[in-house]
Ligand binder design. Sequence first.
Ligand code: SAM
Length: 281
Amino acid sequence: MSHSGTLYVVATPIGNLQDITLRAIEVFKMVDIVAAEDTRHSAHLLTHLGIKARLVAVHEHNERRAGEKILDELRAGKSVALVSDAGTPGISDPGAILVGMAREAGLNVVPLPGACAAVTALSAAGFEQPHFLFYGFLPASGAQRRKSLETLRDQPAALVFYEAPHRVIESVTDMAATLGEARKILIARELTKTFETLHRCPLGEAAAWLLDDPNRQRGEFVLLVEGAPDAPQAEVSEDAQRVLQLLLNELPLKQAVKLAADLTGAKKNALYQLALELKSV
Ligand code: SAM
């Protein structure tokens, strides 16, 4: 009886080769085949690690066809490491199709964690919201990009984008216009590399900061935008909202807010925001 092999999904560095994991090295040494997005690119990494491996190309244009061959190898008991050019396979990179095929075929899939530009940037953002939404690349066309951003506007989660250097200024400009200028953005450029730059500012200032120095527009980018602020209603109970409305009917705004806060214990800031909205209706 023959035993089928394992498909290892292996994360590789996003710049600094020191970020390879010990486990990834162990797997590269042990597997029969390394399935790579770009065999020349991965050969460079393997040579750096002093590892000789049989490389097979699996990229976005041949993933299904090449995947069938890889599945045959796995069924024959061979083990395979799947890698992309940088970071985690399947994250804005090829890999999902082959992994899906292996799963459908009932083959063993083992993920090896490691570098991922999105998670690396998030770890340095200091955004307190517990949620994030990984979007990856926005559409290249301006109209489509703005439409996509509109759908994300009210998400109470940090938004994580990948962006190409020649579109970064257009993108942050569209983000400021659709998501609001006050929200914070973290521009994470060239992570783990020599010219690594992390800059946090209000969205409304991002384009000017990038334009200030052409070097700031070079390289690879993750753009992280703070999630939508909580709607003031969400922080104020229905009872407190009713009290505020009654007081607003009789008193000037500031006084109504102070009294409502004293009476209900709701947060003054949230009541104030809500009062402004109620007054403007
Ligand atoms: N699979 C990768 C990962 O796990 O992050 C992402 C691959 S995607 C094709 C490449 C994009 O990821 C780049 O255009 C850039 O937006 C982002 N990226 C990759 N490496 C980066 C780095 N060192 N610094 C900043 N962004 C990076």
